[in-house]
Design a protein around this ligand. Structure first.
Ligand code: FAD
Length: 280
């Protein structure tokens, strides 16, 4: 029978983590489906009883999303409109049961190309706080998820929070996901967009696309192209080749690469059109 630990404080968890390799378990909504045995591969370090790691807190430098914050917790939290895209993604993660158990951080650590949390968090300039018995380090989300099912987590480390800088709390935002049906579906392509509008023109744009490359990406070229653009022109300004250049989609049972690219371009345009409509 594999060992199972469920500490109630972070120091104890970090000490256990320093001793030997363990399977970290949060909501287990990714872990259980991926386990081909009746029990998780042990030893298991269940994080869910650790005090102080759940919920979203606003500090002087921005927002701190504790690592045990579930999708449902996030939806219930009062947050600025810049977070609407993250809440919209949250409402489309599986079903209510999955949203009640699954954590935002678990979604990042699982590092699926189709993780719905990654595009909105990229567009919020999220950083990931990692702790071990040796100390704390913080990585930009784009450096934390390094490939399909790969992260920068080192042995002995766990994620303790997702950090959103205060500046990224500006603007309005939107998330759009394409799947084979409306709910309980793995994304074929998804887009998160955040716009800061000043005097009817785009002052800042953050747009990311998921499920169309090993790791979701920000569309920096498109973002730059949008700066100074009038609201009425934003959707038409998006250059399809510019979007496609940033992506490297695969062919799979859900869609081929060409379909994914076409879908991503259309989702970007619709997301921007939605945001322009909301702003004007
Ligand atoms: C029916 C169903 C539908 C789903 N639908 C969607 C969907 O629509 N969109 C979507 O994106 N996902 C979906 N998922 C996947 C899953 O629900 C999410 O990715 C969820 O956010 C994972 O969080 P968790 O807390 O359950 O992670 P867990 O399963 O507990 O862990 C996932 C991985 O992260 C690691 N981990 C967890 N916490 C930490 C930590 N603090 N530090 C370091 N490593 C950690 C674990 O070791 C494991 O490798 C679905 C899953 C199911 C079963």
């Amino acid at each position: 029978m594999p060992a199972y630990f469920r500490p109630d404080n972070l120091n104890e968890a970090l000490a256990l983590l320093a001793e030997e390799p363990v399977t970290l378990a949060a909501g287990c909504t990714d872990l259980f489906p991926a386990t081909e045995a009746k029990a998780l591969n042990g030893p298991v370090l269940d994080l869910t009883a650790i005090d102080g790691l759940r919920g979203v807190v606003r500090g002087s430098e921005g927002w701190r999303i504790g690592t045990l914050t579930t999708w449902s917790d996030l939806c219930k939290t009062d947050l600025p409109a810049a977070f609407d895209m993250l809440k919209q993604a949250a409402r489309e993660v599986g079903s209510w049961q999955i949203q009640n158990a699954g954590t935002v951080a678990g979604n990042l650590c699982n590092a699926s190309p189709a993780a719905d949390g990654v595009p909105p968090l990229l567009a919020l300039d999220a950083r990931v706080e990692l702790q071990s018995a040796k100390g704390t380090r913080v990585l930009p989300l784009g450096s934390f998820v390094t490939g399909v099912r790969k992260t920068a987590l080192q042995p002995g480390e766990m994620v303790t929070a997702i950090l959103i800088p205060a500046a990224a709390g500006a603007g309005i935002s939107r998330f759009r996901k394409l799947g084979a049906r409306r709910y309980l579906v793995i994304s074929i392509a998804m887009v998160a967009g955040r716009l800061v509008v000043e005097d009817g023109k785009i002052g800042e744009a953050a747009i990311s696309v998921g499920s169309c490359s090993p790791v979701a990406v920000r569309l920096r070229e498109v973002e730059n192209q949008l700066l100074g653009c009038r609201l009425a022109d934003v959707a038409a300004t998006v250059d399809a080749d510019m979007v496609a250049r940033a992506l490297s989609p695969i062919d799979d049972v859900r869609g081929d690469a060409a379909y994914r690219t076409t879908a991503a371009v259309e989702l970007v345009r619709r997301t921007l059109a939605d945001l322009a409509g909301e702003a004007s």
